[in-house]
Design a protein around this ligand. Structure first.
Ligand code: C2E
Ligand code: MG
Ligand code: MG
Length: 721
């Protein structure tokens, strides 16, 4: 809008005033058009036109065509706004009047000016309209050209796209498919056109899929994505990822459906094989652990239902692997798996390989009590039949744990633990059999396991302590020896007797530590008694487990304890049961010989409860035989003691003496027993009749009392009063 540039641009010279007023008038009018002139150019133009106009009204030579040319020039110079003509007539009319032009001339000149202006304005307008029309035609032509090009492009894309594409109308008729789609299903594109979409239904179509298609056709939704199988012309299924979109017309009404189909058969096959491998054991083809755990979780998810399980472990399978090689072992597993599969009695049961030579059979909701045990019997019978592998006849047995529970009374972990435990019961019952889980036995064993696990901490915590039971000569009553008996002051269970934990310690490997602790405690007590009275101190008799003696490090431990506590070896007696002498390699006997040679007394504990014959005893490094409690209990009183019992005892005592050993009787509870044993010339005895197991302090008290009543006699010998 250059002509709108302020008073500085007003024209100078003779028509400057007129041009200035004219310019001001135009500037104040409506700005509804654009003049492509600067303010300076406008000023020059208006000054020129003002001069022309003035001359056209010359009284001597009026030239209305000149005024018309001025009007035309103004219009051609793009002064075409609504108020341009009116305002110009005002200014120019006022000028003519002021310069004394007569009214008729004024009217004629302004009329010519207006005509010139309007003619030029009309021409300009027509020109403008024409150029708009031409531009419009040009634009339409370009758009049509573009549309044609894009349609051609689309058609090319449609036809050549790798992705299957198809178009169907709103009746479900296929109008067009591309080569990729037709090829996917074994057709030519033309063969598919005219088919109905429903002709391509497949038995594996998800329920609800066709409802979705219906919703799309009715315009309720605009696109659907799903996985669909298409029937191939030759019958096999072609799995696809399908995207169906609705195409609407310009009013929004559904017009076509467009499908994009991607063949995912290979992906699915791969997925299928991965899924299979994830749930099956590769060697046997049975379900694997993971599938079994899923099935078990399902069984537990059913409210308050029964669940049964056979936990099958092949017996001595390792031997087969070791003697015949792993290839044969693998074939045997495959054959065993096939037999297990045949044991299933109804659908829903699942046989799985848990790994190695372990299998399970899950019986969800057993029909009747005992069904699972019956299945275990079938399994045992099936596996007991010999196997033919590579021309060799191989025998295999199995141990089966059976558990049957209700899902609301247990959980998965407990259930599996029960199955595992009962399988081990079957193993320890001699293999080749099944064991049904018994919760009471399970609880007992669990308690034992917990107790056993607590032994190391209890040892560190000083919970084990000793009591000492005096052993007295039957010919007198001074204390000859004391037997150390271990007890466990358990923080929750109170004081436990050795019968409750020694076996555990032996089975679970805690006995070396416990034995070492007992030996050290006992020897320290013995040392204290020895320090109080070196002559009258009792021999300390310590029980040693067979498992301990079998430990090659045991001998050194005993020698070290003797050295550390400094008690004379003659003051130590070790009590062992027959089991300790039975080891094949003779190691324990050698260790005992070494100790016996050093002066340590070796006693055979609980004699008569095992199977040893007296002749064998003669070859052992023994000094003492302790007669087991049951022998002594039979002669409790004159009513119970039969003549045979006494003869047996007399014979044992006689033979033991003949072998050069002394005899100690255990569990002497009555005077009658003590008198009979004395009569049979048994050497020493222990039992409640004499003393109960006592604390170290009580024994010290007894020893002190004994010392006070001992009277020295001539020649240094002592005797009791
Ligand atoms: P044992 O060596 O035969 O010990 C004698 C058992 O008879 C002790 O039982 C003792 O308390 C009990 N007893 C003593 N006098 C009588 C009696 O007049 N009547 C009856 N009915 N019983 C009597 P305790 O202390 O329960 O020990 C049981 C077994 O535990 C011991 O039998 C021994 O084999 C083992 N034992 C005890 N302490 C140890 C130890 O420190 N290490 C090992 N390895 N075993 C031990
Ligand atoms: Mg003993
Ligand atoms: Mg005993």
């Amino acid at each position: 809008m250059g002509w709108d540039a302020g008073p500085g641009a007003l024209p100078q010279g003779s028509y400057a005033d007129l041009a200035g007023r004219w310019m001001t008038a135009l500037r104040e009018g409506a700005r509804d058009h654009v003049v492509p002139l600067s303010a300076g150019e406008t000023a020059v133009l208006l000054a020129r036109l003002a001069a022309e106009f003035d001359k056209s009204a010359d009284a001597a030579d009026p030239q209305p065509e000149r005024a018309a040319a001025v009007g035309a020039q103004l219009a051609r110079s793009h002064f075409v706004g609504e108020e341009v003509l009116g305002r110009s007539i005002d200014v120019l009319g006022a000028h003519l009047a002021a310069t004394g032009v007569a009214a008729p001339r004024v009217v004629a000149t302004l009329g010519a000016f207006a005509n010139g202006y309007l003619r030029a304005f009309r021409t300009w307008l027509l020109g403008e309209q024409e150029s708009v029309r031409t531009a419009e035609i040009e634009a339409r032509r370009a758009a049509e050209e573009q549309l044609r090009a894009s349609e051609a492009r689309m058609r090319g894309v449609f036809a050549q796209a790798g992705v299957g594409t198809g178009l169907s109308d709103m009746t479900g008729r296929i109008i067009e498919v591309n080569a990729a789609f037709a090829d996917m299903l074994g057709y030519e594109p033309a063969e598919m056109c005219g088919m109905m979409v429903t002709d391509l239904a497949h038995p594996e179509d998800e329920s609800g899929m066709w409802e979705l298609y219906g919703a799309l056709m009715s315009g309720e939704c605009d696109s659907v994505r799903l996985e669909k199988a298409y029937p191939h012309r030759d019958g096999h299924a072609v799995w696809t990822n399908l995207n169906v979109s609705l195409i609407r017309d310009e009013r929004g009404a559904p017009q076509y459906t467009l499908v994009l189909v991607e063949d995912i058969s290979e992906q699915r096959a791969l997925q299928e094989s991965l899924r299979y491998r994830a749930h099956h054991d590769q060697l046997t083809g049975l379900a694997n652990r993971s599938r079994f755990f899923d099935a078990l979780a399902d069984a537990f998810a059913a409210p308050a239902s029964g669940i049964g399980l056979c936990y099958v472990d092949l017996d001595h399978f390792k031997t087969i692997n070791d003697t015949h090689g792993h290839a044969v072992g693998d074939e045997l597993l495959v054959a065993a798996a096939a037999r297990l599969r045949e044991c299933l009695t109804r659908p829903g049961q699942l046989v799985a390989r848990m790994g190695g030579d372990e299998f399970v059979i899950l019986v969800p909701d057993p029909d009747r009590p005992g069904e699972v045990a019956a299945l275990a019997e079938t399994v045992l019978a099936a596996l007991a039949e010999p196997f033919e592998i590579n021309g060799q006849r191989l025998r295999l047995g199995a141990s089966v744990g059976v558990v049957e529970e209700r899902s609301d009374r247990t959980d998965v972990d407990e259930f599996l633990q029960a199955a595992d435990t009962s399988m081990y019961w079957a193993k320890s019952a001699g293999r080749g059999c099944y064991a049904v889980f018994d919760p009471a036995r399970g609880r007992r064993e669990h308690a034992r396991a917990e107790l056993s696990a607590a032994i190391p901490e209890a040892l560190a915590d000083g919970q084990f302590f000793l009591e000492y039971q005096p052993i007295v000569p039957l010919s007198g009553d001074r204390i000859d020896a004391v037997e150390a008996l271990v007890r466990w002051r358990h923080p929750d269970l109170g004081v436990l007797s050795p019968a409750e934990f020694i076996d555990l310690a032996e089975d679970d490997g805690h006995i070396p530590a416990l034995g070492a602790h007992v030996l050290a405690q006992a020897c320290r007590a013995a040392r204290r008694w020895y320090d109080l009275d070196p002559d009258g101190a009792p021999v300390i008799s310590v029980n040693v487990s067979a498992v301990e003696v079998a430990d090659p490090a045991w001998l050194a431990r005993v020698e070290k304890t003797l050295a550390e506590t400094g008690i004379p070896p003659q003051r130590l007696q070790l009590e062992l049961t027959e089991r300790a002498f039975m080891a094949d390699d003779g190691g324990p006997v050698a260790a005992l010989r070494t100790l016996a040679a050093a002066g340590v007394r070796i006693a055979l504990d609980d004699f008569g409860t095992g199977y040893s014959n007296l002749a064998y005893l003669g070859q052992l490094p023994l000094q003492v035989v302790k007669l087991a409690g049951p022998f002594i209990q039979r002669i409790r009183d004159c009513d119970s003691a039969g003549a045979t019992d006494l003869v047996v005892l007399e014979t044992i005592v006689g033979l033991t003496h003949a072998l050069g050993f002394t005899v100690t009787a255990e569990c002497v509870e009555t005077r009658f027993q003590a008198e009979q044993l004395r009569g049979l010339r048994c050497d020493t005895a222990q039992g409640w009749y004499f003393h109960r197991p006592l604390s170290e302090e009580r024994v010290t008290g007894l020893l002190e009392e004994q010392r006070r009543i001992v009277i020295p006699v001539e020649g240094g010998r002592t005797t009791s009063s």
